[in-house]
Design a protein around this ligand. Structure first.
Ligand SMILES: NC(=O)C1=CN([C@@H]2O[C@H](COP(=O)(O)OP(=O)(O)OC[C@H]3O[C@@H](n4cnc5c(N)ncnc54)[C@H](OP(=O)(O)O)[C@@H]3O)[C@@H](O)[C@H]2O)[C@@H](O)CC1
Ligand SMILES: Nc1ncnc2c1ncn2[C@@H]1O[C@H](COP(=O)(O)OP(=O)(O)O)[C@@H](O)[C@H]1O
Ligand SMILES: [Mg+2]
Length: 276
């Protein structure tokens, strides 16, 4: 039976911070992505992770993106994703990895993705978005033992699952592929659904004002931030999906279009209003 993601989901998840805590309490995220052409995607994902409250954030990207990322977000550490030793150690040191936002699909991107998938350990959580999903589908890459969270839009889900867009309305078909992948699947659309081991949740927030490039990159970073901080992974994913679109709904009351960076700036306020 379909369950719904509501304000109650967010309030059940977002916790008042204990006084006796420090940055290590809130998780270390490593994000990997941002080719020379798609730097904006990894900047939005990184900002979303930091504004969601992740304790420590490291971004591995093409060096051409370093200055623009730091100009917006001095809080993030940045390294070159071509440096394989650095890539491996940054992945090993993370609680949560986010890969694929603006990664692209060329040979460099494929090699970087393979290195990350080879390095991930079973106790880690990895959010697989955008180009990383396309690469896994195209090259039939095998998946690591880890907590896998895929965040496909409908075309990416078609590439990964083989399910046509009309057939994606069939929850049982999506579920069957989720079971094969043994992953959490966030199937993004105007009514985003979250497939977990035991449940299917449908989001109740969202607006066509969100239909703009970078919106999914922002969600991937938010999911990373929520999963890094809140121990129930399914609730953390569902709450990030809810918050991303609830903030957009609020802004869309007065705006024709809502930009990803505008959502990002409102995350801390949303979390404060819903902490419990
Ligand atoms: N500023 C930046 O740096 C940005 C960087 N980005 C990065 O770019 C990379 C590629 O990601 P991508 O999603 O743009 O391309 P891709 O996977 O080929 O999908 C496009 C194809 O799928 C279709 N399609 C798409 N959505 C659909 C849907 N919901 N339902 C149905 N169909 C849908 C679409 O159809 P069409 O629009 O042509 O009708 C088209 O054929 C990725 O790494 C991402 O992070 C972007 O985030 C933008 C901002
Ligand atoms: N009409 C809509 N209503 C609600 N949400 C939408 C709508 N259109 C797009 N979105 C949301 O915007 C995001 C788009 O993700 P994606 O296609 O990966 O964007 P990008 O890769 O450009 O960042 C998803 O979270 C999706 O749910
Ligand atoms: Mg995307």
């Amino acid at each position: 039976m379909m369950k719904y993601i509501t304000e109650a989901t967010a309030k059940q998840t977002i916790r008042i911070r204990p006084t006796d805590s420090f940055k290590g309490t809130y998780g270390h995220i490593t994000l990997v992505g941002g080719s020379q052409n798609f730097g904006g995607a990894i900047i939005m994902a990184t900002m979303a992770a930091v504004y969601s409250g992740a304790g420590l954030v490291t971004t591995l990207t093409d060096p051409v993106n370093r200055t623009s990322l730091h100009a917006q977000l001095p809080e993030a550490m940045v390294a070159d994703y071509h440096d394989e030793a650095m890539l491996k150690s940054s992945v090993s040191g993370a609680d949560v990895i986010v890969i694929g936002c603006g990664l692209g699909t060329d040979d460099d991107a494929l090699n970087i993705l393979k290195t990350v998938l080879d390095t991930v350990q079973p106790d880690q959580k990895i959010i697989i978005d955008g180009s990383a999903i396309t690469l896994i589908a195209t090259h039939h890459l095998s998946l690591p033992k880890a907590h896998l969270i895929f965040t496909p839009h409908q075309m990416e889900w078609k590439r990964l699952s083989g399910i046509s867009l009309p057939d994606q309305a069939d929850v049982d078909k999506n579920k069957a592929v989720r079971d094969q992948l043994n992953a959490t699947v966030v199937l993004k659309s105007s009514h985003t659904q979250v497939y977990t081991a035991n449940d299917v949740f449908e989001n109740t927030t969202g607006t066509p004002a969100q239909a703009t490039g970078g919106m999914g990159d922002t969600l991937a970073g938010m999911i990373g931030g929520f999963v890094a901080q809140f121990s129930n992974v399914d609730l953390a994913v569902a709450s990030a999906v809810y918050a991303h679109s609830a903030i957009a709904d609020e802004l869309a009351q007065h705006q024709y279009v809502v930009l990803p960076h505008q959502i990002i700036h409102h995350i801390p306020e949303f979390m404060k209003a819903n902490e419990a």
